[in-house]
Structure formats: C-alpha cells, structure tokens
Design a binder for this molecule. Structure first.
Ligand code: ADP
Ligand code: ZN
Length: 759
C-alpha cells in the first residue's frame, strides 16, 4: 500500500490549470488513514490554518469529513495533481507549538507509530473536546473606529458603550459590556446593527475554585553531596546547555530537595520546570512539598476530569504555571519556556506507555531536553541499568548521593531462608518464626510494620491433588486466584470469574486444594497472629475507590493502623518515620519470570521497600524471606550495594546481547485462531529477517514463538524478538518490515521498540 495516496484522486491531464502557486496544508489523521495527505487552503481560511491546529477535510472516495492535524504548510506550483480543499478549521488556536510538532514527529519515527496517533496521545482528550468551556459571543470595536471614537456621531448611551469597550482593552461578552457601561442591551444591539461593534464566537472556561493555600516553607541547608548535585545541575541551567544528569542517591538522601532548589533557579529566570514522577507517587504529601515552595504548581494526575485537564493545559500554555508535576504524559505539557525537566524514580516501568505510541517518558524527555537545550535530571536509588550504563560510558553525568540526610543510618537488612522453614516445619503460613518475633518486637516497642507481598487475592493456586487439574481462565490460560471475600476464582488478567469450586471441575474430586498466599490470606494470618492490632491492606482490590489510597496512608501515618501490608504499591516513595520493620514475604516471586529484567526488578523492589524504614530517629530493620538467599540480586539488595548489583548483572546482559548493550524490538501477533496467528507471525518474522539483511543490521531474531502469556482474552499470542547493536538499523528494518503489513481478518499486531513488557 502506498501510504497517504490510497484515497486520493488520480491526476487527470485535463484538470491542469495554470495558477502560479497555491498554499498546501499537509494533514495527518488520528485513526484509520495512516500517512500524510495534502489539501489546498481556500482563501477564506488562510488566516486560520497553521501547523498544530486541527482541520476538517474531505477524506476518501466518499469525501466524508474527517478531523486531522495540520502538520505543515507550504506553497507549491499549481497545476499539478488537483487537491481537495480544507473544509474548515476546528481550533481557534494552535494545540501544538512547532517544537512540540518536531518532538511528536520524532516519537512517531522512533516508536514506529503513525503521527496522527501520536498527536492524539499528546493532546489530551479534554483539550481536543475543549471540555469545561462554552461558546459565547464576545464583542469588540470595529477596526475602522478604533482610536477615533470621539469623532463618531452617536447617541450618548451608545458612546458610553463604545468608551467602555475601548477601556476594557479586550473583547467582552454582552453581559460584561452592559455592566461596564451601566446600560441595558439595547444600545449594544444598536451598535452591532450599525456595524460599529463586531461579534465573534469564543470559548471561555467556567470559573474555577482557587487551590487551597499551603503554608510556605523555606529551603533547607543542603549537605555537601546535595550541594554538589545542585551545582552540577545549575552549571547546565546557566550555560545554558543540554545535559542529562543522573543522580544516584539512596532512599532518603534528599534528592527531592535538590530538585526543588534547582527549579527555584530556573523559575527565577521566568522559565518553567516539569517534574515527572510515577503516578503512585502523586500523593498529597509530595504535592504539598512543591506547593509549599512555589506559587503556581499544576498537578496532572489520572483522576482529573477532562475539564480540569483542559484548564491546566491552558494555564500551562499561557505561561501561568511555574512547575508542572505529573505522571508520564506530563512530559507533553505545553510550557512556553521550559528550563528544566526532572524525572524522579527513573527506573520505574510506568514511565513506559504500554499502548501506542509505546514511548518511554525518559527517552522522550531526553529528546525534548536536547531540542530545548536544557538539562534533564534523572533520579533514583536504583537506576535502570540502561541509564547506569549511559552514565558509566560518559553519555550522562553521574552524581552520587550515597548517604541519608542528617546521618541517618541505612536500615539493617537480613534474609530468612525459607528452605529451612520447610524442613523444620517451624511455622505454618507465610510468616516465618523469625519474622513473627521481629514483628512482635517492633510492635511492643511502639513501632510500625510494613509487609510486602506482591500478589493479591487469597489463594494464588487452585489445583486438584487427585488428577492434577489446575483451574485456569478459559480465555487466558492463566491460573485463577481465589478471592475469599467474594468467594470467586478470578483471572487477574481479564477479570473472568467463576464461583470458587468446591470440587475438581475435571474429576469431581472433593478435596480440591487451595494453595499459595496472596494479600487476603496474609491479612487473615496477621490478624490471627496479632489479635487486636489494627492492620491495613493495600492492593488493587482494596484501593478501587478514588481517595482510598490516601485514606489508608493517612490512617497509617496517624498510627491508628500499626501494620500495613500490600502489593508493590506500598513499596514506593512513602516516608513514615515510625516504621521500624519491613518484611518481604517472598522475594522470589518476580525472580523467575521469563524476563531478562527479572533480577533487576527483584533488586529494585527489595531495595525500594527496604528504604521505607529507618527514616526516623528509631532506626529500622528489614527481613527478606526467600528461597534463594544467595542470589546476587538479593545479596546486593540486602547490602544496599547498587554498584555491586550492576557490576554483576551487566556482564550477563552483555554476554546474552541484551539491553543496554543492544536495542531490542518486539513484535506481538495475536488472534483467536492459533494456526492463523502463528502463520502470520511466521510471515512477519520472514519480512523482518529480510529487512535486517537489507539494512545490514547484523541482528539476532528469535521467533516466532508463543509469548510467555500464550493466550490472553481468547487470543493466541506469538512474539518475535530482534536484538542488535545498531539501534538505528534495527529500527529502520522493523519499520520496513511492518510498513505494509496486511494481516488476515481478526489478526492484530503490535511493534514495541525498547520493550519493557516481555510477557
Ligand atoms: P529522597 O528524595 O532522596 O528520598 P527526600 O528529599 O525526600 O529524599 O529527603 C528525605 C527527608 O530528608 C525529607 O523529609 C526532607 O525534608 C529531609 N531533608 C532533605 N534534605 C535535607 C537537609 N539538607 N537537611 C535536613 N533535612 C533534609
Ligand atoms: Zn483471563
């Protein structure tokens, strides 16, 4: 398929005319019509069409009207192929600056995603729909009478109206004008009738309540490590130049304070800053820290309504916001004079978007910061190996903050070997004897306890001991999890559910066994072991309602709850001075997944959750239960030794040609019929191998093979994985191989550049 020309009329020799030049707009569409389309700009629309605004144009044979983004304007000699004209212009002002258009074009190229789709992901739906605004009539003076009002011969009332409108200095609604002039609507109507006042349609935002005021706080005096990191950032800010600075600072080393003081400098010069954090860290606590230092902070989180999002977006675009704090997509905030980007917890996988465009906010941030010639600060206690490698090879500047502030010690971390527990039959349940004793001690000495178990539900496995049958989701072939409150067996992927079986669905044996511990069962065990001690569970099941996350954290902070247990959502960024014990129930859960980052993920999780203790005066300790205490990832985590982990893991990555030493591109093909999906995957793999050869990319291709989740939601899934050192050649080959794919009906494919999800 020749993209972009599919529906266009063919040139006909007798349609040529001899106009000299015509204005042509290049338009892309968000869905259904990949590629670029050219349209002529009618004379009447010349003032309104510009790159970054949306236009309505006829598309396809039937010339149905479709909304697309104008991405380019240019003149071309008339008389060539005749183009269709633009029908009308949708936006009264540009949605994308030229810089943003360049950035989105880069994203489209880099992640092999049609530009129209990228633009729709970058401009929030609420902005496109102009949510929260209404169309209203606004009045202004006719241009020809501006400056010569006193020469007009009109009745006194009307003269009053004209003076009021001139004094306002901006268009007013009829209501506002009547009020300003102290008159009724009739003199205004008369002036409109005479053509002395012009009426336009404009969109105005509904009035909004002001954010509640936050107490102001002063800057802290930085310690030498913090000061060195700040100096590095400021040198780049003041140069000004682009530089990516990786701050590797242990949990509690005071990274956020460094960001805040760097931002202070940036906004001092009238520029703005963007701070990206994982969605889960967008807590009132974090936000209060920024609000207490800066006047105008916009927070972009996923619970905003379309109207709120639109309002913030407009405020940011108008330069009225100093600091934008938000999750992944805040990297697209339309700040007019960006001075600094900060991306905290840079190792977090939530910075990667798992639907098209499959971008990584870190890489987009690098591209944006480079284009705007500003520094980018990445911060983490456990940097991704990708960033660490780039710092070690000199591409990024590395600043270390190895100590906690105020000489607070790092917590002591010990392991509990679960294998011994099995042999000695000391304890039944998920909490070992040692962990129980440590909890008892922490609670009796007035401390609080956090327990991490990265699995929700009650029993994680339902299996028949007589015939071996495992109860699985018929759509996904994933083992179902027992949720006791609802008495159901639930698929954690697609939410398929059945009543919890009391007998084997296969052989009707009555002793079907429920095993494996999820957070529900752990909660029951904790309550049985520590009766009378208030315990809170945080996981996707208990945290469904908006605000429940915060309620739970508040209850824990206030001390009403003494034990907090939950999935990884409790591992991140929380700061509770009174927590003196952290227990990891099973460190091995993520260790053996078929994913080359399994060890890295385990290291991150254990280190991060360990960082939740010892933040106050009382110090703290961490106990990690594991079946593989000697595993290098767990060994490095218990010694807080990131460098040792990286030094052990990187050579393995190199040996196996994995990122960061290669680029990886993953294709997933899925469909309801296994054979068709498999065949098409084979076809795609063939195209990819040929394209790689053409580009001389020297890459390795694995597959097609069934994906680790071989069936999800009724679709069979096949994957193809390419790894190669030449990032650019690999990308170009994947682009060529997928450019003209024509899958059989019901087969879908995706291409994921630099994938994080390997399942
Ligand atoms: P990180 O982001 O590295 O985890 P934070 O910036 O959250 O660390 O700092 C941890 C705690 O230490 C916070 O309560 C913060 O207010 C405090 N803090 C940071 N810097 C200083 C400093 N220079 N002096 C005293 N306290 C500090
Ligand atoms: Zn399922």
């Amino acid at each position: 398929m020749c993209q972009g020309r599919l529906f266009d009329d063919l040139p006909s020799p007798w349609e040529e005319d001899d106009r000299a030049e015509e204005l042509v707009a290049t338009v892309v569409f968000p869905a259904g019509a990949p590629g670029e389309y050219d349209y002529t700009v009618p004379e009447a629309l010349r003032e309104h069409v510009e790159p970054g605004r949306r236009v309505r144009t006829p598309l396809g044979r039937g010339n149905r009207l479709a909304v697309g983004y104008c991405v380019r304007l240019g003149f071309r000699a008339a008389g060539r192929r005749r183009l269709k004209p633009i029908h009308d212009v949708v936006d009264r002002r540009g949605l994308l600056s030229p810089a943003m258009l360049r950035l989105t074009t880069w994203i489209a190229d880099e992640y092999l995603c049609p530009l129209g789709q990228v633009l729709d992901a970058v401009v929030p739906a609420g902005v496109r729909a102009q949510a929260g605004t209404r169309t209203t009539t606004v009045l202004s003076l006719a241009p020809e009478i501006v400056g010569r009002l006193d020469k007009l011969d009109v009745p006194a009332k009307q003269a009053e109206v004209l003076r009021a409108l001139a004094a306002a200095g901006k268009p007013l609604t009829p209501g506002q004008l009547a009020k300003a002039a102290g008159c009724t609507s009739s003199p205004i109507a008369a002036l409109r009738g005479k053509g002395l006042i012009h009426a336009d349609a404009d969109r105005v935002h509904a009035d909004r309540e002001a954010e509640p005021a936050v107490d102001r706080e002063r800057h802290l005096v930085l310690n030498p490590d913090q000061q060195a990191a700040l100096d590095t950032i400021l040198a780049a800010v003041n140069a000004p130049r682009h530089e990516t600075i990786l701050i590797h600072g242990v949990t509690g080393s005071g990274k956020t304070e460094v960001y805040i003081q760097a931002i202070q400098e940036v906004i001092h010069f009238g520029r703005q800053a963007i701070v990206l954090v994982p969605e889960i860290s967008l807590t009132p606590q974090t936000l209060a820290r920024f609000r207490s230092r800066f006047d105008r902070v916009a927070v972009l989180h996923s619970h905003l309504t379309d109207a709120e999002r639109h309002w913030h977006w407009q405020q940011i675009a108008d330069g009225r916001v100093q600091v934008v704090v938000g999750a992944r997509s805040a990297i697209f905030a339309p700040t007019p004079h960006l001075g600094l980007i900060v991306l905290d917890e840079e190792h977090e996988s939530t910075f990667k978007q798992e639907s098209a465009p499959r971008y990584h906010a870190r890489d987009v941030a690098i591209a944006r910061a480079a284009a705007e010639k500003i520094p980018l600060v990445l911060g983490s206690a456990t940097p991704s190996l990708e960033s660490w490698h780039r710092a070690k090879t000199g591409e990024f500047t590395l600043r270390e903050m190895p100590r906690r502030v105020l000489d607070r010690p790092m917590p002591h971390v010990g392991t509990i070997d679960l294998r011994e527990q099995v042999h000695q039959r000391h304890s039944r349940g998920a909490i070992s004897r040692q962990l129980h004793a440590a909890m008892d001690h922490a609670l009796t000495s007035g401390g609080q306890v956090i327990l991490l178990l990265n699995r929700r539900g009650y029993s994680t496995h339902i299996q028949c001991p007589a015939c071996g049958h495992v109860v699985r989701c018929p759509e996904c072939e994933i083992a179902l999890t027992h949720h006791r409150t609802e008495q159901i067996a639930l698929c954690h992927y697609c939410d398929f559910e059945v009543p919890a079986p009391t007998e084997c669905p296969q052989c009707a044996f009555l002793g079907i066994r429920y095993s494996g511990t999820g957070t529900q069962r752990l909660e029951a065990e904790v309550k049985a072991r520590f009766p009378g001690v208030e315990c809170l569970r945080m996981d996707a099941d208990t945290m469904r309602a908006r605000g429940s996350h915060q309620q739970a954290l508040d209850a824990f902070r206030e001390g009403t709850a003494r034990i907090l247990l939950g999935t990884q959502m409790i591992a991140k960024g929380l700061d509770f001075p009174n927590v003196t014990l952290v227990g990891v129930i099973n460190a091995d859960i993520a260790l053996h997944l078929p994913d080359f980052r399994a060890a890295e993920r385990t290291f991150h999780l254990v280190t991060q959750v360990a960082g939740r203790t010892g933040r106050g005066e009382k110090g703290g300790r961490v106990l990690v239960q594991t079946l593989s205490p000697e595993h290098p990832a767990i060994q490095a985590a218990i010694r807080h030794d990131y460098a040792a982990f990286a030094a052990g893991e990187l050579p393995l990555r190199k040996m196996l040609s994995y990122p960061p030493f290669t680029r990886m591109i993953r294709l997933v093909i899925r469909g309801p019929r296994e054979e068709t999906a498999g065949e098409f995957a084979g076809h795609v793999a063939g195209l990819l191998r040929e394209a790689l050869k053409r580009h001389e990319a020297h890459a390795r291709v694995l597959g097609p093979a069934p994906a680790p989740f071989a069936k999800l939601r009724g679709n069979y899934r096949f994957q193809i994985q390419a790894q190669g050192e030449d990032r650019e050649k690999l990308r170009l080959a994947a682009r060529d191989a997928t450019a003209e794919l024509n899958p059989p009906e019901s087969i879908q494919w995706i291409v994921d550049v630099d994938p994080l999800d390997m399942l």
